[in-house]
Write a protein that binds this ligand. Sequence first.
Ligand code: GCB
Length: 631
Amino acid sequence: LPFYYSSQQTAPQPPLWSCAGGNSQLWEAPAAKTVKSHFLNALFLPFPWNSCQTGPVIDMPVPASFNDITQDPSLENYIGWVWYEKEVLLPLRWLQGDPAPRVVLRFGSAHYYSIVWVNGVQVVEHEGGHLPFEADISSVLQGSPGALCRITVALNNTLTPHTLPPGSIQYMTDKTRYPKNYFVQNIKFDFFNYAGIHRPVVLYTTPAAYIDDITVTTTSSESIAMVQYQVSVVGSTAYSLSLSLRDQEGKEVATGDGPVGELKVLNPNLWWPYLMHENPGYLYSLEVKMQAQVAGALLEDIYTLPVGIRTVHVTSTQFLINGRPFYFHGVNKHEDADIRGKGLDWPLIVKDFNLLHWLGANSFRTSHYPYAEEIMDLCDAYGIVVIDESPGVGIKLPESFGNKSLQHHLAVMEELIRRDKNRPSVVMWSVANEPASELPPAAHYFKTVIAHTKALDPSRPVTFVTDANYALDHGAPYVDVICVNSYFSWYHDPGHLEVIPLQLTAQFENWYKTYQKPIIQSEYGADSVPGLHSDPPMMFTEEYQTAMLREYHSVFDKKRKEYVIGELIWNFADFMTSQGTTRVLGNKKGIFTRQRQPKAAAFVLRDRYWKIANESSCLPPVVTSHSLFLK
Ligand code: GCB
């Protein structure tokens, strides 16, 4: 839905929350009436016929980042509050009935801190840029005349040492060099801090009593699978629940009732990863039906959940899916594209899945934050295996290991697990990327975050991704799988490809000797500017990128016979970063360009991934046409 948008600073002034002096405005909500008056004119701007305004109020697409939408450089690098507003006419039946339905306003995500009003009444605040949040707005609507629903959002992208990801605001006080009140946002991660309403905003209804949550776990032996379920209902204590599990032909294979139980499935179709089975990503559908008596009325709520039956286990040398060794041959991604920034974009999403299929990639890590639910749905359906990562990227400052940050990290893991716990594609949680895990407080921090994650979801292994020295890492003792990033011959010994065999072998052997846990090479790569060539290979050329990959691959091939269980290239595609002397319009370590065209490295990786897939006993489908990917 198109939203109106303004970056005008009505209240408060940037930055949102001051890091200096401790006078934090982080939680201070701007007054709703300011919003109302400010937007009075905007309410009548017709979209999309009106083009961009030259005033403070402009048309803004949702979902999208606001940064790259205009020609205004101050908007591109803007830090502070922005405002969005939209009016929606609701169907009258949504507001009638006894009891009236619940009307819920849901945001797929908005970066970073959001305050939402409906018809001038604050309905929800949310911290965190990559997970959904929602508000029951029924009572506000009942108090408002007519069916008009004015949604107003104040959004702030300022990052502090206690946000996830963390950042800091630095005031430049030297008046001879900087204008008055000049400040910069510092970050310790390598992607552009895009902001805006990044994922779809929806209004939906439920009955006054409704299914609030469902948790499903699965176990299986050769011929029998068990689907354990737990359903929570809100709004009534006098309810009944019935469950029906159907296969892809629509045939009912098991039934159950009550809030907790187990469904038995004979001769189950297991959920298999792409290229591990001729029919990957098999999903049953679990229909959960609730009936409740509320104020003399019979209410019914039905929710249908896709269910994949699969198991995950980790040994000291292997990662097992359905009891069979799984080798991650995949990628790291970003949500990133021209113009829309981190805004959800269906054509881009489908293109990326087609490229993953083309490449023969069976997995990716959601580096470095949870991706859109729409993307995760396709992973479930296509059998693409996911390491689901929290936004814990760039945790480097000592103060980011304190209790305030820790408590927020725990809350984020709760939100992430609540959202993704039922997804068969998610086989492991990653709680962070490259934290300063050599600092002593990292021990307590990661012990706590990982224990909490396991308590919330005992069915999946947990990791974080490290670039620390194996002997100094205080978090590694708590992970199930060692995920290590290294950039030999790039950030270390730049230009010296010949050091890779020795250094990479030592890396694996040192980690394994210390922990006896399986290892994933969770990042490796080199920047290349598409079309830049040299032979012998030199840094930033396509030849250097491919040569580096080949050096890494020869070591992987030796070690994957032992305990290396995966390789994830950095990165699937070029992506935007902050400006800096080592970045030429962003990070160029993609094997595809930002416009999703292959560099030479994509073909090297494609040959390799299909070769690895063909080594497994179950032959993958032959790639003959794109029809393979349409299920
Ligand atoms: C890393 C980071 C990733 C960067 C990459 C690079 O270790 O995890 O976010 O983009 O290196 O290219 O520097």
